[in-house]
Unconditional design. Structure first.
Lengths: 303, 343
């Protein structure tokens, strides 16, 4: 089976973890790692794993994209540089998988709406936030059974797994996640809360999802829908687990999740980072499959 | 040591921390009458927000009777002299919420983080400071961090632009020596012009003693509540604190009898449940657990038949921090399952 060549921009924690996962992929062949610091550990590691690297940012990658047939690019940098990266990469005809909170393209939560994006030939999809990836499937599992008047998610991550970018711009997390709870989860109103917990040893990511349904919740159908959705997420994040619930209390439906990572590069407790990289790769694989099958033909985009 | 002549600014919490025992459902009329009473008694700072700060309205923390905006707009015109503050917890509230509060006429924003996570407050402290507001960095659950660690976190908030730093005993766990070591070290490290505050909870009946200890090592802002109305066993009862400061010659500028009357005539009558050191509130202080978990643990006991004290002790063991109210039901469910398996 042929694979689709891909590049990763941003050799930090997320980019490196994604690289380890991509190296196991049946559909994706990672060929380039792009950074801006010649001394970067992430670039050195990528070189050791056989990738071509550049420390000249996206401009160091662009001239090689055609000859190396790079058709998918992951951006694990920051919201500030993403728009520029995306424009340059799409001009070369590649699809952009955005792991920053920039949200230039539509939100993508694989088990909920990935198929729609592939069908619409979106050239830039955004992976929302870690909390969004962990919780929106649950909101959607309820809303596909019954209208959800209000969806609220509480994501708790270990302090060690929240990097300086997240901390400096924590509002981006709450705002972006809340919007995606509505846009992708299907709640009429969404709210997101994030908690950082410094306990040692670090706690595994926990996510609580509360939905208020319109009318009394159909307990059996919702429970079945939630279980089926969990199985879908487990296909790419095996450590995605229901700890408790669903609890039904009047019109409130609550589920209590735990997300343990695979521990590829990041520690297992950092399920929040793992679910981002796994969802990003899952998204890329779905596009790759379409490209290999000839159902998706890429062309340079003029922004 | 004599503290005669020391000036202390007191900050009333009954309309914010006091929202916890009221399940965030104080009426607009009650808010206005209490705020006016406090203002007339000469209390110089009054906080008005959902118990968990701006945008705290949620399943997780409770839906309030009115929005933050409705409360702030209603109270603001009735308060002549006091500064009105709003609390904001990054991760719950955002910069747009802060802008809303500013638009409602608040004079002060207090940005609260867990004591080890000050760097999530940068956006909010900078914005508040940029707007020219009295800007406070508020380090919660400070018993969980040593003085050296608190100094680092306090310096971060000061660096972002906070003109006052609070060491907050959210669990009501600290004893006077814990207060002195922490606030003493932070006072030493902050710039001279940066103010220092202490926010206590009364779970071990240490609210007043801890606040005096804080003043001894240089704190000049002290939080408390009329009638002590706040989470857990409440905050430092403000009228008691003022009586003690009067005896000691510490100057607060507050009319003690008027403040007593606010507590007696306006605040005690609106309490749905007595704010007191019952078994669960004492457990909070003893086990070092976030005070607003109290009523959630009691409700979990009712629903799942698991002892609220055991739930609180378990939450303490797991190192839960402020805002993790969702884990109360989670722990109760775990304990109920374990009990079923054992039976």
């Amino acid at each position: 089976m042929s694979k689709i060549n891909a590049a990763l921009i941003g050799p930090g924690n997320i980019g490196t973890d994604l690289l380890y996962k991509a190296l196991r992929s049946e559909w994706i062949n990672p060929v380039w790692m792009v950074g801006i610091d010649p001394e970067s550990d992430g670039l050195a590691r990528a070189r050791k794993l056989g990738l071509k690297t550049t420390h000249d940012g996206v401009d160091g990658l662009v001239p090689h994209m055609r000859e190396d047939n790079v058709q998918i690019v992951f951006d694990a940098t920051s919201a500030y540089v993403h728009a520029e990266n995306s424009r340059k990469v799409q001009a070369q005809g590649a699809i952009m998988i955005d792991l920053t909170p920039a949200a230039v393209g539509p939100y993508c939560v694989p088990p909920v709406n990935l198929k729609d994006h592939v069908g619409k030939r979106e050239m830039n999809v955004n992976m929302v936030t870690c909390g969004g990836q962990a919780t929106i499937p649950m909101v959607a599992a309820v809303s596909r059974v019954q209208a959800v008047e209000y969806g609220e998610i509480v994501a708790t991550v270990s302090s060690r797994s929240a990097g300086p970018g997240t901390r400096k711009n924590i509002d981006e997390f709450t705002q972006t996640t809340a919007r995606a709870v509505e846009a992708v989860g299907g709640a009429k109103r969404g709210k997101a809360i994030i908690i950082l917990n410094p306990a040692e040893p670090p706690l595994i990511m926990r996510d609580t999802v509360h939905c208020i349904t319109e009318g009394a919740p159909d307990q059996q159908a919702i429970t079945e829908s939630i279980k089926a959705m969990i199985e879908q997420v487990q296909k790419y994040v095996p450590g995605y687990r229901l700890k408790n619930g669903p609890v039904f209390d009047d019109r409130r439906v609550s589920v209590f999740m735990e997300v343990e990572g695979l521990g590829d590069y990041l520690p297992k407790y950092a399920g929040n980072l793992d679910i981002m990289t796994a969802a990003g790769l899952r998204t890329a694989e779905m596009f790759a499959e379409e490209i290999v099958n000839g159902t998706l033909v890429l062309e340079p985009q003029v922004a | 040591m004599s503290l005669k002549g020391t000036k202390v600014t007191i900050h009333d919490m009954s309309l914010r921390d006091g929202m916890h025992p009221k399940r965030h459902r104080i009426s607009i009329d009650e808010m206005i009458s209490i705020a006016r009473g406090l203002d007339e008694a000469g209390v110089p700072m009054i906080e008005v927000t959902h118990g968990d700060g701006l945008a705290g309205a949620s399943v997780n923390y409770g839906f309030p009777a009115h929005s933050d905006e409705e409360y702030l707009r209603a109270v603001r015109p009735h308060v002549k002299n006091a500064k009105i503050s709003a609390l904001l917890l990054p991760g719950i509230g955002t910069v747009p919420d802060l802008m809303m509060a500013h638009d409602c006429g608040v004079d002060m924003v207090r940005v609260a983080t867990h004591c080890t996570e000050a760097d999530v407050s940068e956006q909010h402290i900078k914005k508040s400071s940029e707007l020219g507001l009295d800007t406070v960095g508020f380090l919660m659950m400070s018993h969980m961090l040593d003085p050296k660690g608190l100094v680092e976190q306090a310096k971060l908030m000061e660096g972002y632009g906070a003109n006052c730093i609070y060491i907050t005993d959210s669990a009501g766990y600290m004893l006077p020596d814990d207060v002195k070591s922490r606030l003493g070290a932070v006072r030493e490290a902050l710039n001279d012009e940066t103010e220092l505050g202490f926010h206590g909870h009364h779970n071990l009946a240490m609210g007043v003693a801890n606040s005096i200890a804080a003043v001894e090592v240089g704190a000049n802002r002290i939080d408390g509540s009329a009638a002590g109305m706040g989470a857990g066993a409440g905050n430092t009862p403000l009228e008691v604190f003022v009586a003690v400061t009067n005896r000691m010659g510490i100057e607060t500028g507050v009319d003690l009898f008027k403040l007593m009357d606010v507590a007696e005539d306006l605040v005690y009558p609106i309490q749905d449940i007595p704010v007191r050191i019952d078994r669960d509130a004492l457990t909070l202080g003893y086990a070092g657990v976030y005070s607003s978990f109290l009523l959630f643990a009691k409700r979990a006991q009712e629903r799942y038949g698991v002892s609220s004290r055991s739930i609180l002790v378990e939450l303490g063991k797991r190192g839960m921090v402020g805002g993790q109210e969702d884990m109360i039901e989670d722990v109760a469910l775990e304990m109920a399952k374990a009990a079923e398996t054992a039976a």
